[in-house]
Write a protein that binds this ligand. Sequence first.
Ligand code: XUL
Ligand code: CO
Length: 435
Amino acid sequence: MTSGFFEGIEKVRYEGVDSRNPLAFRHYDPDEMVLGKRMEDHLRFAVAWWHSFAWEGGDPFGGPTLVRPWHPQDDMGRARMKADVAFEMFEILGQPYFCWHDADIRPEQGSFAENLRTLEEITDYIGEKMQASGTKLLWGTANMFSHRCWMGGASTNPDPDVFAFAAATVKSCMDATHKLGGENYVLWGGREGYETLLNTDLGLELDHMGRFLNMVVDYKHKIGFKGTILVEPKPQEPSKHQYDYDAATCIGFLRKYGLEDEVKLNLEQGHAILAGHSFEHEIAVAAAEGMLGSIDMNRNDYQSGWDTDQFPNNVPEVALAYYYILKAGGFSTGGTNFDAKIRRQSIDPEDLVAAHVGGMDVCARGLKAAAAMIEDGGLDAALTDRYSGWDSPEAQSMLASSLDEIAARVLAEGINPEPRSGRQERLENYVNRFV
Ligand code: XUL
Ligand code: CO
C-alpha cells in the first residue's frame, strides 16, 4: 500500500526525444550504452533527502510553503512516513541512489542519546526499504550546521564540548552509513569557517579540523568501511569565510594534514560558481590531483550571489562537467547527487518528480554530448597539437636542467619564440556541435 502522496503519478519511462509527455525521459535511458557502459552506471543518480523531503520551503522572508503530511518533523511516525514517500519517489523515477544527513531522516535534534536512538531506528527502517527496493545509499553525512549548538562551528568550535558532540555525531553517522552499505561518507563544513577574525583563532581552528578529519579516517579503517571519505568545498554561506573554499584550497588542506591518499572531493556546481569558478574547473583541479570523488549536481543563479541549489538545466555546462569526469575515468564510488531543490512556489508533489525528470534528462543529454566529444577526439587532438613542442628531446631535457643552462642555450641558439593562436573560439564552436 502506498502513502498516496504521489497519487496519479506513474513510473517515469524513457520515451525518446519526440515524446510530449511532461513526465517522461527523453534522453535518460538507463540501459543505453555510452562508451561501453550503461548510462545508469555512468551517472549513478541520487536523490538528496534534505531538499526533496525535509525542506519546508522557507526563505529569509517567509515560513514554510510546502505543506506535507510528515510535518512537523519531530516524531518517529512522521519520519517513517517521510521515508515511505521518499522510496515511492525513488521507485517512480528509477533512482538508483539517495543521500541523507542524520537530521533529514530522524526527528529534529535532541540529546546525543536521543539522536542516536532515533537514527538507529530510522536507519533500520530505511535498510528494510532498501532491501525490498534495491535502492542504494550513495552517501550519508551529519548535519552539523542547522541546530544552534553548531553556530560557532563543529570541529572548529572554540568549545571542546561541541568538538566532542561533533565527534560522537560523525561516528554515529558513519556507523549508520556503513550499516546501510553506503558507498561514500561526506563532510561538508557548513559552519567550519568564521564571521569575523576578531573572535577567531584561524590557525588553531584549522589544526582542529585537520585532527578531526584524521580521526574520521582512522575510524573508517577501524570499522572496515570500504567507501570513500569526501569533503565538499564551498567558499561562503553560511559562514562569511569557509575554510573549504574551493577544490584547490581543500587539496592544500588535505596535503597539510596528511590526508591526500585517504580523502577525495565532492564537488558541487553551485559552490564552484560561488567561488568564482566554473564547475569543470573544479572537476579538472580535483582530477589533476587524483582527488575527484563525487558530484553534487545543481545550478546556481548567476546574478544573486547566494546558494540557490536549482535543478540543472544548462546542457552545455553539464556536458563539459561530464566531459572532464569521463576524461578522469568516470566515477568509482561517486555519483551524481541532485543537491537541488524545487522553488518555494512549486508546492505540488508532481513538481518534485518533474524537477528530477528534467535534471536527469539534462545530465543524460550532457553525458551523451561528452561521450560524443570523446569519441570524436577533437579536443584531445587540439591539446596534443598545442603541447606538441614538449615532445622533443630538447624540451624534455630542459625540464631536468637549470636556469643558467637554459639561458646559455637561448643565447647560443638565438631562441626567439613565435606566438601561436590559442584558437579558443574555434574550440568553442567545436563544442557547440555536440551540445
Ligand atoms: C550545502 C550543501 C550540503 C552538502 C551536504 O551547500 O551542499 O547540502 O552537500 O552537507
Ligand atoms: Co552539496
